[in-house]
Unconditional design. Sequence first.
Length: 121
Amino acid sequence: MADTEQSGVTDEIADAAKAEIERAMSMALKGVTSLGGDNFEAETNGLEKELEDTSRVVREDVVYMEPIPDPYGKAIKYLEQHNILQLFQTLTTNIVYRKPEDPLAYMMKEVKKMQKQKQEA
């Protein structure tokens, strides 16, 4: 019996919600001024003014901000401009291929050799 009562209440709520939605849709389609009396128009005008005030506040708070620069992209671009990525790729490949006992010393020696070649050119 409780289920029947609960079902009835749920149906009433659903019907009321459906009627309210239909009423709102009808007003939107037919135009607000053609429906309802003075009280309805007063409510509508109040809502319109409130909406207008809210939209004005929103418009005032919107401020353009420059996009945040991509630090990763900037770093990669810098490394590419100065051939650093290619340098480290070459050094890493040579270290893996040759397997020197002291990889850091090997890298330093190779970098000094490249510096010397650059100065001679």
